[in-house]
Design a protein around this ligand. Structure first.
Ligand code: PDD
Length: 278
């Protein structure tokens, strides 16, 4: 694999980052994951805009411009011959002697790599649906910033795995915030319900696109909190992310959602999303 580090395209075993990098020592970094379908980037502009917002919120310098970033993404797709897969991007505040305060003169670190993944569009999980469990949301309070502090979401995925499920939805103050690495939705009749934006959740790039497409398809959208009890009574449920697109949820904490099979509304949304993005 050819990866990108601070201006250079290198074989992955030649790419290095300092042990003093603040991303490594303090999780002082932000990231983006952009999907590739048919060699084409999905919603690059949305990811670039959210990256800039994450950097601004943390007063971190942007090591590049949107134009250069697009060029790097395209070059990595080309060099690694990615037809279907993901591009991971990470910016950290850079390397400096270990100190909690931000360094004044560190140069930000920029790293990108690709992951080839067949079956993003034809994911067999879309036919069977995901089982999820609920866990308490114990992350920090600025989940709108896409930082690399992902230990709690990792713990959530492990808890789900141990329970024989695929993922976890997180609950705070009695309502669902989001999935460990995706936004969470329920469907009642023709209405899609998902938590409103705020510091409590990440503003998903897929979420923005899917809510627009739902409205264009004459579905109703309610952006409000919902409880696990409401979710268990829903007709359908699903998650969205760059890695799953629109993915049905068929079981929550052991209770079947609707018929226990992926429903029509979610199947339709998935199809609309993939058709438009492809
Ligand atoms: N995760 N919420 C959280 C907590 C996420 O980590 C993600 C994305 C999303 C969905 O955002 P988007 O639609 O822009 O992918 C929501 C990425 C895919 C990851 O960590 O791998």
């Amino acid at each position: 694999r050819t990866v990108y580090v601070n201006g250079s395209y290198l074989p992955e075993h030649e790419a290095t980052v300092s042990i003093f990098d603040r991303g490594f020592l303090f999780a002082d970094g932000v990231y983006e994951v952009t999907s590739v379908l048919g060699g084409k980037l999905i919603d690059f502009a949305g990811h670039a805009a959210r990256l800039q917002r994450s950097l601004d919120e943390l007063e971190m310098a942007n090591p590049t411009t949107e134009e250069d970033l697009l060029e790097i993404h395209r070059e990595l797709v080309r060099l690694n011959e990615i037809d279907e897969g993901l591009i991971y991007l990470q910016v950290t505040r850079g390397a400096a002697d270990r100190d909690f305060a931000y360094p004044e003169d560190a140069t930000p670190t920029l790293v990108l790599f690709t992951q080839a993944k067949s079956g993003l569009a034809d994911n067999p999980m879309a036919k069977t649906g995901m089982k999820i469990i609920s866990i308490e949301d114990q992350r920090w309070g600025r989940r709108d910033i896409k930082t690399v502090q992902l230990l709690y979401p990792s713990m959530g995925k492990m808890a789900a795995k141990a329970a024989g499920a695929h993922d976890a939805w997180m609950v705070e103050d009695g309502v669902v915030t989001e999935g460990t690495s995706n936004n969470a939705y329920i469907v009642k009749g023709n209405t899609i319900i998902t938590r409103h934006l705020g510091h409590e959740i990440l503003s998903g790039i897929t979420r923005t696109a899917v809510l627009r497409m739902a409205q264009e398809a004459q579905m109703k959208v309610e952006e409000r909190p919902f409880t696990m009890e409401e979710a268990k009574q829903a007709d359908e449920a699903f998650v969205t992310s760059a890695t799953t697109f629109v993915m049905p949820v068929v079981e929550i904490d052991g209770a079947a959602i609707g018929t226990g099979q992926p429903g029509d509304v979610v199947a339709r949304l998935r199809e609309i999303y993939i058709d438009e993005m492809r």
